[in-house]
Design a protein around this ligand. Structure first.
Ligand SMILES: Nc1ncnc2c1ncn2[C@@H]1O[C@H](COP(=O)(O)OP(=O)(O)OP(=O)(O)O)[C@@H](O)[C@H]1O
Ligand SMILES: [Mg+2]
Length: 504
C-alpha cells in the first residue's frame, strides 16, 4: 500500500461525493485518471476513483510576469520553478467499506487525510465481481479481472454501444468464449447470435466445434403454419379486400392443418386462392396471387421450421445464424422477427432452456421512430426486452448508432457496455439513457482506445473502465482491409485482360 497524497480543503470539497488531494512528489507516477484509491475514514475504508488530475505552478499563473522573465532568460536559473509545481487529483467517492459491504458515504472525509493505493484484492469485492462471473478483461489501471455475474449481466439485458471499429464484435466473441467455458454447476445458457456479416462463423473451427453450430440464414425455412399473414412483406400494401381474402384462406388452412396435424405451404395457399372464381373478386385474387408468387420464390416459407427453436437453443451451446448471404433488409427483419417470437413463446412454455439472443446491428431490427407494423422485428425485440427476464429470455443488443436504436429496447437494457463513441448525438443519447454516467465519464468515452470499455448498470456496483481481454481462441472474422480489396480488384482485372489476349 503506497502513500499517494493528502486531502486538501477547497471551496466545495471534501463533501460526501468528492474530494481532491495533492499528490506526493514521489507518487506522481502512481496516480492516473480513472484509477481507484482509498483512505481511512471514521466509518471504514473510503474508496474513491480519480476523475481528473490537474497540475499547477504559481510561477506560471501571471502571463505578463512569465513573459517578462522569459525575455530576461532568468527564469529557470534564478527560481526553483520545479519545486513550486504541484499536482492535484480530483476524486469521486464510491463508498465506504465497513468490512462487509460498500455503503454510501454520508459524512465527508477530513482534509489532511492520507490517500493511499487501493487494495486490489478488496477492489474485486468493492465492485461486486463474482468468482464464477464472465471475465471480460482487466480493470483499467489495475491488475484486477472484471468478472461480471451471469444473471446480473444478462437477465435484465445488455446493450453494447460503440462506433464502428471500436471493438463491439470482439467483445461479443470474448463473452461467447466465457459462456462456452462455463461449467454446468455454474449455470449454462444457450446463445443465439444473429450475425449480420458472417463474422463469427469461423469461431466454430477455433474452439468448441461440437458446441457451436453455424446456420446460413438464406437456407432457413419458416413453417407456414406458424407464420401470420402480417409477416408477409407485402401485407401492408394490400387493399382491405385482398387482406380479407388472404386471411380467410390462410386461417382456413391453418385450422385444417392443426386439426389433421399436417403442414401447408405458400403453394397450397396459392392453389386455394386460384380456385376462387367469383367474378367480382377476380382482380383481387390475381393481385394477391402475384404477391404470393413472389413470396413463394423467396423460398423462405416451407412446411416446418428449419432449424427448429429446440435445435437452436441448448445449454452451453451457441447457434450462429449468418445473414451474410441475404441482401434484403426486409427478409432479414422477417427472419429475426419470426425467430425472436418463436424463441420467446418456446421459453414461456418451458420448451427451451434460458438463452441470450445476441443481435448485431440492432438498430436495423428495433429502430427508433419506425412503426412496429413496418418493422415486425421491432415488436418482437421490444417484447423480449420488456417481458423476457421473467422467463430467462435475454437480449444482447449491439449497435454503432445508439440514437437510432428503439428507446424502449435500450431503456430495458440494464447494463450498458460502451466502447469508443465520438458522434456528439450518440454521446448525448448515451448520457441520457445510461444510468450513473457523469460528465467526466461521458468525456472519457470519446478518448477510449479500441478494446477499452465503460461498463455501467446492473452488472457492476459502480461504473468501471475495462480493458477487454484478448481472445483465447483467435479466429478470422473475414474482415478485409481496403488495401487487400484494391489489390484483389487489380489482380482480377489483369487476369481478365490476359484471358482476352490469350483468346485473341
Ligand atoms: N480487446 C481487443 N483486443 C485486441 N484487438 C481488438 C480488441 N477489440 C477490438 N480489436 C480489434 O479491433 C478491430 C475492430 O474490432 P471489431 O470488429 O470488434 O469492431 P466493431 O465495433 O464490431 O466494428 P463494426 O461496428 O464495424 O462491426 C478488429 O480488428 C479487432 O481484432
Ligand atoms: Mg462488429
Amino acid at each position: 500500500m503506497a502513500k499517494l497524497g493528502t486531502v486538501i480543503s477547497l471551496m466545495d470539497s471534501p463533501n460526501t461525493s468528492k474530494f481532491a488531494f495533492v499528490v506526493n512528489d514521489d507518487a506522481v507516477k502512481l496516480v492516473r485518471k480513472g484509477q481507484f484509491v482509498e483512505m481511512q475514514h471514521e466509518t471504514g475504508t473510503l474508496v474513491a476513483a480519480v476523475n481528473d488530475i490537474f497540475r499547477s505552478n504559481r510561477y506560471f499563473e501571471r502571463a505578463e510576469s512569465v513573459a517578462e522573465y522569459e525575455r530576461a532568460g532568468m527564469m529557470s536559473s534564478h527560481f526553483p520553478v520545479n519545486e513550486w509545481s504541484y499536482t492535484i487529483a480530483e476524486c469521486r467517492i464510491i463508498g465506504i467499506f465497513d468490512g462487509n459491504a460498500l455503503h454510501r458515504c454520508s459524512f465527508p472525509p477530513a482534509p489532511g487525510s492520507e490517500v493511499v493505493t487501493v487494495n486490489e484484492q478488496m477492489l474485486e469485492k468493492y465492485l461486486g465481481f463474482r468468482q464464477n462471473g464472465l471475465n471480460i478483461g482487466k480493470l483499467l489501471n489495475h491488475d484486477v479481472d472484471v468478472r461480471l455475474g451471469l444473471s446480473k449481466l444478462f437477465q435484465k439485458h445488455v446493450a453494447i454501444l460503440a462506433m464502428s471499429g471500436a471493438g463491439k464484435s470482439y467483445l461479443v466473441s470474448v463473452l461467447l468464449e466465457e459462456l462456452l467455458e462455463r461449467k454446468p454447476e455454474d449455470g449454462r445458457i444457450g446463445v443465439v447470435v444473429l450475425d449480420m456479416h458472417g463474422e463469427y462463423a469461423n469461431m466454430r473451427s477455433a474452439c468448441f466445434p461440437d458446441r457451436i453450430t453455424v446456420y446460413d440464414a438464406s437456407k432457413i425455412r419458416i413453417s407456414t403454419k406458424n407464420a401470420q399473414p402480417e409477416m408477409f412483406p407485402f401485407f401492408h400494401q394490400l387493399s382491405g379486400a385482398q387482406k380479407r381474402m388472404l386471411n380467410a384462406a390462410f386461417y382456413e388452412h391453418k385450422r385444417k392443418a392443426a386439426l389433421e396435424h399436417k403442414f401447408f405451404t405458400i403453394k397450397d395457399l396459392m392453389i386455394d386462392i386460384a380456385g376462387i372464381d367469383d367474378k367480382k373478386a377476380i382482380s383481387t385474387r390475381d393481385a394477391l396471387l402475384d404477391h404470393l408468387d413472389s413470396l413463394h420464390k423467396m423460398k423462405l416459407f416451407g412446411k416446418v421450421d428449419d432449424p427448429s427453436v429446440t435445435a437452436l437453443v441448448k445449454p452451453g451451446s451457441i447457434s450462429i445464424i449468418s445473414f451474410k448471404e441475404i441482401d434484403s433488409e426486409k427478409k432479414k427483419q422477417l427472419i429475426v422477427a419470426y425467430f425472436a417470437r418463436r424463441l420467446f413463446n418456446a421459453i414461456k412454455k418451458g420448451k427451451i432452456p434460458p438463452f441470450v439472443l445476441v443481435v448485431e446491428e440492432a438498430h436495423n431490427f428495433a429502430a427508433e421512430g419506425v412503426k412496429r407494423e413496418e418493422m415486425l422485428s421491432k415488436r418482437e425485440i421490444e417484447r423480449i426486452a420488456r417481458e423476457g427476464r421473467k422467463f430467462g429470455a435475454s437480449l444482447c443488443l449491439i449497435t454503432q448508432r445508439p440514437v437510432r436504436l428503439s428507446t424502449t429496447a435500450l431503456s430495458q437494457c440494464n447494463t450498458h457496455i460502451i466502447l469508443r463513441v465520438t458522434n456528439p448525438y450518440d454521446i448525448k443519447h448515451i448520457g441520457e439513457s445510461s444510468e450513473g454516467i457523469d460528465s467526466y465519464m461521458l468525456n472519457s468515452i470519446t478518448t477510449l482506445k479500441t478494446g477499452e470499455a465503460l461498463v455501467v448498470g446492473e452488472a457492476v456496483v459502480q461504473p468501471v473502465f475495462v480493458k477487454v481481454r484478448k481472445r483465447k481462441y483467435e479466429f478470422n472474422t473475414g474482415g478485409v482491409d481496403l488495401e487487400s480489396l484494391a489489390r484483389e480488384y487489380e489482380k482480377k482485372q489483369a487476369q481478365k485482360k490476359e484471358d482476352v489476349e490469350a483468346f485473341l
